[in-house]
Design a protein around this ligand. Structure first.
Ligand SMILES: [Zn+2]
Ligand SMILES: [Zn+2]
Length: 220
């Protein structure tokens, strides 16, 4: 089958976020910023991915797998642009939107594996798992999460540090907070406090989100 156009993918993505993750039953055409006769909407209707009734668009069960994978690619692309390339804010989001359309035919799997099968995007939204994530979990390969996702008392190893605030990150690194360091989170509120060796560090929510931790291998 022909590839979906980028605009059609954007509609599927919004529908997933608003109706599957959100509480809405269908989406208003106006909130999707399309007309009922828009080409990208017809593309989706022809594949029976969506249904248009009155002024609303509904995601059909036939469209769910594709919508879920579109969301997956977007959030993986966010991890790439924001964490690895260190592009923050609106620019990071724009770049993520462009990258996501390139992540096809196994490229999303490669990126996901490179990032060690992340479970959330930089905003904390879930990344729908792909086959690679399921296989990795079965093999007991540890996933990578932001420091904010650890429970109080949980330990892990720093996988990588994102770079949206170079100065703060360099300061932490100069004090020994480096990839490969063993960390234990001791407190989550009002700020994140973690230990590396005998030193304690306190960071705010923003910085804590940029410290990525590899959880230890689950033994069972
Ligand atoms: Zn996100
Ligand atoms: Zn994966």
């Amino acid at each position: 089958m022909e590839r979906l156009s980028e605009n059609a993918e954007e509609i599927l993505e919004s529908l997933w976020v608003m109706t599957v993750e959100g509480d809405n039953v269908g989406c208003l055409l106006t909130s999707l910023k399309v007309n009922s006769d828009s080409e990208e909407l017809l593309e989706l209707v022809q594949r029976a991915y969506v249904e248009v009734r009155d002024d609303r668009v509904y995601l059909r069960k036939e469209g769910r797998p594709e919508a879920q994978m579109t969301v997956r690619r977007h959030r993986l692309a966010e991890r790439l642009t924001m964490d690895i390339l260190g592009i923050a804010g609106d620019e990071g989001n724009d770049q993520a939107c462009e990258f996501e359309h390139l992540l096809r035919q196994g490229v999303d799997t490669k990126l996901c594996t490179l990032l060690n099968h992340p479970t959330t995007c930089p905003h904390g939204n879930p990344i729908p798992p792909g086959d690679c994530c399921v296989t990795a979990r079965q093999k007991g390969e540890p996933g990578i999460v932001a420091l904010t996702e650890l429970r109080s008392g949980e330990a892990g190893e720093i996988a990588y540090l994102a770079a949206s605030d170079d100065k703060k990150m360099q300061k932490l690194m100069s004090m020994g907070v480096l990839p490969g360091s063993h960390v234990t989170l001791t407190q989550k509120f009002p700020s994140y406090i973690f230990k590396v060796g005998n030193s304690q560090f306190a960071v705010d929510d923003t910085l804590a989100r940029e410290i990525h931790i590899r959880r230890p291998v689950q033994k069972n």
